[in-house]
Design a protein around this ligand. Sequence first.
Ligand code: DAK
Length: 260
Amino acid sequence: MEYKNLLIETNEGITTLTINRREALNALNSAVIAELECALFELDLDAAVKAVVLTGAGEKAFVAGADIKEMSELTSFEAHEFARRGQRLILLISRMRKPVIAAVNGYALGGGLELALACDFIYASEKAKFGFPEVGLGVIPGFGGTQNLARLIGPNKANELVFSGRVINAAKALQWGIVNELFAPEELLSKALETAREIAGKGPLSVAYAKDAIVNGLNMTKEDGFRYEASLFGVLFATGDQREGMGAFLEKRTADFKGK
Ligand code: DAK
């Protein structure tokens, strides 16, 4: 696929995926959503890629939401297609084996916040802003936002943010637990890449299985989650990476993981 709205750069196993639609503050129209889905699907299959950092082009916005202009003109059938595509993208990120870090460099509103919440964790610029303006547009978050936000920060804070449509600053997002860490705008990407590199140095199967256990375990009872974790733990003992990781420790050398 030819990417007209994305910049994709891979260095030493880390891919920086930048949504590049500055004229609309990187708003998600159907073309951006289709390109993101395709790019992430391909990156997940690419053994050379160990982690993905997702960000927005420019200094103003990560993603200022779904494209309101395009949405306002949709027929009912097109709106249904749009919703299905968007939700498929959100689910794809949680199903990917590779970790995806959101580097939120500015506005993360509506569908933009939903996209960030779908990632495995969020780093943000001190100038970033977060909110769900949907109730002011006569709709509600529709790309998993109500579910992912309430699971992340609990229903009370999620209720306040979603019902009010208020935009909160980065410090508040950090305090509420939406964001893991804040950085000066010029440091954000390098800090996200630094963490991505740290993850890339670990066993890729271990990282993939840990993600699987955390994402899927959240939908299980605690006891079922423990059982699931034990199964994945056991499966890893059938891999070369487990022998390599433990062997390297015992031989006092750096592990050379092959992802199999
Ligand atoms: N869509 C389209 N264009 C947008 C946009 C958006 N969400 N946000 C900004 N732009 C465009 C502006 O129209 C403007 O374009 P021109 O007028 O220059 O052509 C350009 O980007 C620059 O924006 P501003 O001139 O407004 O810049 P300001 O600094 O003054 O304001 C702002 C920045 C972020 C506060 C403001 O642009 C703003 O309020 N933007 C809209 C934010 C918003 O309401 N976002 C939420 C959209 S609703 C669904 C699932 C999910 C969703 C929907 C359905 N289904 C399952 C069906 C998600 C819904 C949403 O995300």
